[in-house]
Design a binder for this molecule. Sequence first.
Ligand code: 6PG
Length: 252
Amino acid sequence: MEIRGRQGHRVIIADTPQAVWQKAAELFTLSAAHAIAARGRFTTALAGGTTPQVLYELLAADKYRQIISWEKVFIFWGDERCVPPGHADSNYRMIADTLLSKVPIPASNIFKMYLGDEQPAAAAAAYEHTLMQFFGLNSDEKPCFDLILLGLGHDGHTASLFPGSAAVNEENALVSAAYVSTLASYRLTLTLPVLNAAARVVFLVTGDSKASVLYDLVADPDKCGIIPAKLVRPAGELLVLSDKQAAKYLLN
Ligand code: 6PG
């Protein structure tokens, strides 16, 4: 089923989380094929957290692993916790374990966001430099990722753009380092100008616990100042993939 939110979000509602992953894997594969056919490469920034893990495992399984030209896929992170890459909380480790260690992608196509011992601000500046170099940007340009995958936190954060964080208001930098008081930890995140420059942004939202925040994201016009995820309004396509549980307030 597909519906339109009051602010124009295209929401595809699948019956089960497994159906969401299947749809997301198809979308990832299609996005990659189109980008590679058009420009010879596919650039994507992946989401961390727990929601997308099954998707990454699906992409590493035979059906999709064999049809994606991994040597032309370039992997970046939407955000990262400031912990060593081998740490249990690392988004790098999660994506390496579920996907990158299982597909034939060259190590040079993988761009870690945090190496493990840098000061957060220095790591953000270094990643910004990596983006500038890779995309061949001038100082006022933003990278156009072919696909950015995002999760949605219960408080309306996405990537590591948390309510009240200065990173939400960043209009120039490509990458921000932010101390997240609710987590008592530093995070790195792509900024809204980068998210909004993407050709396609897909939110992955599943489970009953996300029903309220998903309603806020796509149906409640009053939460604009509070829900950082509502500020994701890319020039390209914006899509929400959810299951019926997360979409329950949108369906009645
Ligand atoms: C992270 C993510 C973060 C995540 C949301 C939802 O580093 O944790 O990038 O933005 O997508 O917090 O997390 P869950 O998928 O675990 O609910």
